[in-house]
Design a protein around this ligand. Sequence first.
Ligand code: SF4
Length: 865
Amino acid sequence: MSTSVEFVRPHENIFEKLESLDLSFRDAVVFPNERSRFYFREFYLKKKEGVLPSLFTMEEFLSFLSGKVPTDQENSLGILMDIHPSGSFSISLAYAEKLLEFFNEIDAGMVGWDEIEWVAEYEPWKRFMDEVRKIYEEYKNRMREKEWVDKGDVYREAIKGVEKARRHFERIIFVNPLALTTAERRIIRSVPSIILLQTLVSEEDRIPGRPFHHHHRLLKYLGKEIPSFEFEARAAIEVYEGEDRHGLLSMMEHALLCAMDADIPPEKVGIILPDPSYARVISERIMERYGIKCNLTMGLPFMETPLYSFLDTIFTLVETEKDGKLRKDDLLELFSHPYFYARKDLKDRIEKVKKNLEETYIPPDAIGDSILQSEVVSVLDCVRKKRTLRELYDGLLSLITVLERELEIPPGYPHADGFNVLTRHLVRVKDTELGRFSVEQEKSFEFLREILSGLRIHKFGEPFKGVQIMGVLESRLIPFEVVVVPLMNEGYFPSPRKKELFLPDDARGRINERAGEDKLELQRHRDSTFSYFFHVWLSGAKKLYLGYVKEEKKSTPSRFVEQVTLGLYGEEVKPVKVGYEGGEIKKRERFFERRIINPDEFEFSPTRIDLYFQCPYRFYLEYVLGIREEKEEEELEGKGLGKLVHETLQRFYSEIREGPPEDGKRLFEIFEELFRRDYPVPSGRTLLRKELVKERLRMFVEEEKKRKPFKVLMLERSITTQTGRFRIKGVVDRVDEEDGRFVVIDYKTGYQVKTPLSFTPDDREDLRNGKRSVQLDTYLYLLSKRGEVDPDRTEVRFYSFRENKYLEKRFTKYGSKREVELFEGFLISVLEEIVDENNPFEPNYESNLCDSCPYAALCRRWEYV
Ligand code: SF4
C-alpha cells in the first residue's frame, strides 16, 4: 500500500500545503485533534467552494473504521467497580479508572497478555497479573453482553476496518501525527496515505529532549528514510520571571503591545497556556485593556462560575454541619453569595437575620426568618443524605431547576452557560452504570468538587479573528508569528501524567524492547512531545515570549527556559523580572489606556447612541472594542424574517411608487420569491413563522389602504452627515409625501418601540432606562440637514408589525425647525461626552438590558448587584 511522506517546515503553513494537494470529496483528511480540524475547515472554506473532503479527527477516523462509538466512560467504570469493588466509592473508582486506562492502553498498543505476563515474571507485582487478566476478561464479557465497546475495542476493531477506508477514499492524508499508538501506526501503514509532517527531522537527533522522536519512530516503522535537516532557532526569545501570575500578565501585555507596534495582526499572536486556569483572566484583560478580540478555544473552567462557588458553599455547609446545626460562618457565606443576596425578596431578610446570629452553630429553625429558613433547608436537602450517585445527581438537578426559576435566568445569559454545562454533565452521567453506586456522604463532596473542576464552558471567539488563546496540544498546526507562553514552569511544561500508571515505566520499557517497537508510552516519550512543541515554536515563530513564575508550588523554571537562558539557542538570555506593575518592563509599554474613540473613524447611529445611554460599558464593548456576542432574536426577526419583511416592502414600493395599494397580490409574490431564495429548505418552524409574517403583511396592506393617497419619495435611504467633528449615520426605511406633508416611516418587526425625545429635563433619565430613543429625532435631523424634508411639514412614525398599525401619537415625532436645532445641540453634547477620554464607560447595573445581556461576565454584574 503506497504511503508517501511530505515534510513541512515549522514556519511554513501546513494548511496551505494541505490545500495544495488538490483535495476532492474522494479524499479524507485526518487531523490530530478537533481544534486543528475546525481551523482547517474555516481556512479551506474561505479559499474554495464546492464539496469539502471528509475531515476527521483521529478519534473519529477510528470510529469510522470500526463502525463503533465508545460508550460513556462512566459505564465502563461502573462495570469495573462492580467486578472489583475495593471498599469505599472513591477507592473503587480510583482503582477502576486505573484499570480502564491500562486496558485501553494495551488494546491501543496491541499488547498481548503473553507480553504482559512475560514481563510480570520479573516484577514484584506479577502476582496481581492473574487477577487483572481475569478482571479484563470479565469486563470485556460484560461489555459484550450490554453491546457496548470502550476506546480499546475501537482501536482493535478499527484495524479490521481498513478495507472500508480503501473502498471509500482514494487518499487519506494524515496531518502531522505525533504520539501515535501501535494500532494507529498499523492503520496508517495499511491505507493509501500521504503523511504531512511538520518537522525538522535530524538524523542524529542531538537536540535536547529528542523533539522529533515521534516522527522518527513513524518513519522507521514505515521504512522511510529520515532526512537530515539542520534545526535552526528562528525566533527572537525573551524570558520573563514573574513574581507571581499577575507579573506574567504584564509580560503578556508587553508582548501584545510589541506585536501591535510591529503591525502583526492579532490572529497571528498565539497565547499558549500550559494551565487552563489562567484563561479567563487573560482573555478578559486582553479585551478590556487592549480592545482586541480574542478567541479562547480551551474554554473557561466551570470552577470560575458563580454556580460552582454556590455549590461549593453548599457542600461546605453540609460538611461542617454538626448534630443538625449549621456552622454560622458557612451560613453567612451562603447568605452573601449573589444567588441569595442578589434576590430582591431575600436581601432585606438576610440583613435582618445576620444581626441576630450569635452562636457558632445554629439549628435551621433558629435562623429567625421562616422564608430564609425554608430556602436554606430546601437547598441543603438537594444534596444531603443522598445514597447513590444517581440520587445525588438528581438532587443537584432539582437544585439547578430551583435556582433557574428563582433567579429567572434567561437563555443566553452568561450564568446560563454554567447551568447548561452542569446540567448536561449530570443528565449524561446519572443514568450510567456509575450512577448505581453508593457514595459515602463524607467523600461525596470531595468527589463532586473534583468532577466539577474538570468541566469546561466553551465560549466565544472565532478562529483567525483576534488573539488566539489555547492549550498546548490545541496549538498544533496553527502558524503564529508571535508565541507567548506564560507558566513555563516544570510541572506545567512539561507536565507529568496526572495519575500514576498501572504498569511502571521500566516494565513498559521491557515490553517495548521485546516487541522491538514502542508499543507503550514511556515518560520520556511524553517529554519529547513537549520538546517537540517547544522546538516548533522556536523555529516557526518570529518572536517567542516565555514566562515563568517564581512564587508558586511549581516554581522551578521549565527545563526549556533553562536551555534558553544558558544560551543553547544563540546568545544567553537574561530573564526580565516582572511584577503586577510591570517590573523591569518599560513604563510606556506597561499599561495600555482605555481605547479612545476617534471621531474621524467612528460612525454614530441612533442604535449606538441609544445603547450608550442604556449602558455605556456595553456600548464600549460592542462598538469600541468590537466584541460581539449573539443576541436574543426578536420575534419576527428570528432567522432573518424581519430582514425579509423590509426587503419585500422595499421592492414592493419601488415598483408601485404610489399608494395606497389596491391589494397585496404583488406584495405576496415578492415575499414568496424572497422567501424561496433565503430558505430553500425551510424547517417546520420557519414555515409557521412565514405564515405569521404573511398574515401581518396582509394586515399591513389593510392599514395602508386606510391612508390618503401618497407618493413614495425614498426607500431604505442610508444617510450620513457630518456634524462638527462627528459622523452620524442612519438608514431610513421610507419617506412618503402625503397631503402636502412628509411622512417618514420606520418599520418595527420586534418588540421594542420607544418614544422619541421631547427635550424635557427627564429625557436623559428616560434614555438611560430605555423608555425613550433618539431614533426618530435622528432621522428627522438627518433628512432636514440634507434638505430632503422640511421639518415644519414632517412627521416621523413607526409602523408596528406586532400591533399591525401605525403607532399612536406618543411614538410619532412631529417636526419643527426649533426641535431639530434643539436636537442638534443635544446630540453634539452627547457625542462630545462619548469621545471624552476622561469620561469612563461605566456599566449601568440597573439597565433593563442587563437581564439578557451577554456581557455580564465581563462587567461582573453579579458581583455588584
Ligand atoms: S450586564 Fe448590564 S451593566 Fe453589564 S454590560 Fe450588560 S447591560 Fe451593562
